[in-house]
Ligand binder design. Structure first.
Ligand SMILES: Cc1ncc(COP(=O)(O)O)c(C=O)c1O
Length: 461
């Protein structure tokens, strides 16, 4: 019997997934159950063809729409798996890193210093030194404290640094929690406080720093932005500082507007949803997403925003640092249901082999579709709480998720798990999973499943 046409069409259209005649979920031409049996569960499965296509399309679209120079730097933090970054690099994206480890990884993967941008609020002396020694393209300055530190290290090493100033524009994208919106003045510590005058203060300081070369501004307003027009709005908030910087004699050659674009089939819970979910277990089932997030809308919004700032003047080079929108939709996390616990008259738990304590941290605050891999035709039937293997009651995937009837031993997939799942991973008493990429019915191991020996390999006892 063929799988239900409507369900199958949705899977194909929204995720590029497929199903066997028996209704078993297929990804990249591979049967998901077979992959689970070969590599063990939990298992991260990367859809290589779609990942390549997404990265290529992002780069092409912005280059087509923006009338100036463009560089796209993949944000490593989003999914720092070397095998995944390698695929993205092959599509022409450069690197954005935020730690000594990520910088080392970028260099190891063959990025030249000039292809790397360094960000983050935790630039140690060693990281800054490594930036200078490797001729990193831009250090994005997070604070006045950091600016002085960079200047001091530059003088000690007699090296120069090219910098962008990270602005906190006090802009919260629509539908986003203030606490997780990185461009919020009260919700995030990142960047120089525009309203408080720190950006101009930094420019004044730079005037006296002979080894620091100002090249432009940077902001990153949050992650998971559902309305691409928010970029245009955030950019409009830079008008005054661009004028002020110009009047103070500074030329803005580069605008780095960070990452943050959301994905079509998953999104962060709103503040109200999060409150209702955490306080009362009320899960907004389905969690409407914006299926119309297109790179072309994003590119139009950014281009419009920058053109309206620069008018007839030469427009700056545009730098973008996407993470989520590149990897997010192109990976799924396969879990096996270990046991089903039905407490009479109360609720049903599905105990899976991963939860927020180990691998699914983003399900704490994001909506993701979860599907049964054994038979996509089985209809949604009941609300269940999917828990992880940890011995604590907060280790859940979702509470009150509407699912079909599922039996012990069956497998489920959390979709759109390519952003911030592998970055958040922790072992919590269980080995970290393998990561495989699939393409045209072939599967390639990107990371081996952790062994018990790996887990204690750094310990002394
Ligand atoms: C400075 C910076 N750039 C880029 C990103 C990537 O964001 P996203 O994965 O939402 O595209 C982040 C994420 O936190 C960030 O902090």
């Amino acid at each position: 019997m063929l799988p239900d046409k409507m369900i199958l069409n949705e899977l194909i259209k929204r995720w590029g997934l497929d199903a066997s005649n028996g209704g078993e979920l297929i990804i990249g031409g591979c049967n998901s159950l077979d992959l689970g049996n070969i590599y063990g569960t939990p298992l991260h499965i990367v859809n290589e063809e779609r990942l390549r296509a997404t990265a290529e399309s992002f780069l092409k679209t912005i280059k087509l729409k923006y009338p100036g120079a463009v560089s796209v730097h993949y944000a490593f933090k989003c999914n720092p798996v070397p095998g995944i970054i390698k695929i993205i690099k092959e599509q022409g994206l450069k690197a954005e890193v935020m730690s000594e480890y990520e910088l080392m990884l970028a260099l190891k993967l063959g990025y030249r210093g000039n292809d790397i941008i360094v960000n983050g609020p935790f630039k140690t002396d060693r990281l800054i030194t490594a930036c200078l020694e490797n001729n990193i393209r831009f250090i994005n300055v997070d604070s006045l404290f950091e600016l002085e530190k960079i200047d001091c290290i530059c003088n000690n090493l007699t090296r120069n640094a090219e910098v962008l100033l990270r602005i906190n524009p006090d802009f919260v994208p629509s539908g986003m929690n203030k606490g997780s919106a990185a461009g919020s003045r009260s919700g995030s510590p990142f960047g120089l406080d525009l309203i408080g005058g720190e950006v101009m203060a930094a420019l004044e300081k730079i005037k006296g720093m002979k080894r620091i070369r100002f090249r432009g501004f940077h902001f990153h307003i949050g992650s998971g932005i559902q309305n691409p027009d928010d970029y245009r709005k955030a950019l409009s908030g830079l008008k005054k500082i661009l004028n002020d910087a110009g009047n103070a004699g500074f030329k803005v050659d580069v605008l780095d507007i960070g990452g943050g674009l959301g994905v079509p089939n998953s999104r962060e819970m709103t503040t109200l949803e999060l409150l209702l979910y955490q306080a009362f277990d009320f899960l907004n089932s389905g969690g409407r997403t914006n299926r119309k997030i297109f790179f072309s809308h994003f590119a139009d919004s950014v281009t419009k925003g920058i053109l309206s700032l620069f008018g007839n003047q030469k427009i700056p080079e545009l730098i973008l640092e996407p993470g989520r929108c590149i990897t997010g939709p192109n990976q799924m996390l396969l879990l096996k249901i270990h046991q089903v616990k039905d407490r009479k008259g109360l609720k049903k738990w599905l105990v899976a082999d991963a939860g927020i304590g180990t691998l699914t941290m983003p399900t704490y605050y994001e909506h993701h579709e979860v599907i049964l891999c054994n038979d996509i035709r089985r209809k949604a039937a009941e609300k269940v709480t999917i828990t992880g293997p940890g011995c604590f009651s907060a280790d859940v995937v979702y509470r009150n998720k509407v699912m079909p009837n599922i039996a012990a031993g069956e497998m489920i997939a959390i979709l759109d798990s390519g952003a911030y799942f592998t970055s958040w991973e922790s072992s919590f008493g269980f080995p970290r999973p393998a990561i495989v990429s699939v393409v045209d019915g072939r599967h390639n191991l990107l990371r081996e499943r952790e062994s018990f020996d790996h887990m204690i390999s750094l310990d002394t006892f």
